[in-house]
Design a protein around this ligand. Structure first.
Ligand SMILES: [Zn+2]
Length: 248
């Protein structure tokens, strides 16, 4: 069975950035996993939450509901500090993510580029940096070797993608995005993606702008191929699993 892992920063990133592909590949029989680094307690939109702990609990439930809509097989929200991912110990987070990559053994890993995706959020940047190191280090037997055993050998993920966009968001500072090398047709899953985003009820004030943007993007999710075990991949892909070998 083929496996796709997405590493994100906040509950709602899975729907907003990768929702179309998560559902598309689920429909194609791919096992999917989302690892979200924070519970999103620094959000400006807090629903009825009276404390960070209450908001964290609400956002974890919303994340689970979104994952259900997207057909995500395994959804995890970790407990790193929202808004502070650039200030925490890199080695510790990469160790954690490397372990998760070695356990789930994805064929394809999707995350943000260091620019921080379309919003340029520092947490998105850091999620991408951590995930990129975990992608590379999970495959090496001299990195976090204490994690390795017969059941958990090094795992070389075949492709690493950064979600990207053709244009920034209006009213936001510009971001310099990685070029799109893959354009995935998720036309059939636009409504599902919007529904998954709307599972995040604490973020209701963001729904209209999100929906407007998703409809503007015409059913496409764009990616940049950042690393690949195949040194000569096609530079204009329409499938994140193009060229991937199942046994990997
Ligand atoms: Zn986010």
């Amino acid at each position: 069975m083929l496996r796709l892992m997405a590493i994100t920063a906040h509950p709602d990133d899975e729907a907003g950035n990768f929702g179309g592909c998560l559902r598309l590949y689920h429909e194609r029989g791919v096992e999917t996993c989302v690892v979200c680094l924070t519970a999103g307690t620094a959000a400006s939109h807090r629903g009825s939450a009276k404390s960070d702990a209450e908001l964290a609990a609400m956002r974890r439930r919303e994340f689970a509901a979104s994952c259900e809509i997207l057909g995500v097989s395994r959804g995890v929200v970790l407990d790193y500090p929202d808004g502070q991912l650039h200030r925490i110990d890199l080695y510790r987070v990469v160790c954690d993510l490397t372990q998760r990559v070695r356990e789930f053994r994805p064929h394809v890993l999707a995350t943000f580029g260091a620019e921080g995706g379309v919003t340029g959020h520092t947490d998105h940047s850091m999620a991408g940096v951590f995930a990129t190191l975990a992608f590379h280090w999970a495959g090496r037997n001299n990195r976090f070797s204490e994690q390795l055993s017969q059941e958990t050998p090094p795992h070389r993920t075949q492709k690493l993608y950064y979600g990207t966009a053709k244009a920034g968001l209006p009213g936001r500072p510009p971001v310099t995005s990685p070029p799109a090398t893959a354009s995935i047709d998720v036309t059939g899953f636009v409504e599902t993606k919007i529904a998954a985003f709307k599972a995040h009820t604490t973020q209701a004030p963001l729904w209209p702008i999100f929906e407007e943007n998703v409809r503007k993007w015409m059913g496409r999710e764009l990616f940049h191929l950042a690393a690949s075990v195949d040194l000569a991949p096609s530079m204009q892909e329409t499938d994140l699993f193009a060229g991937v070998r199942e046994e990997g």
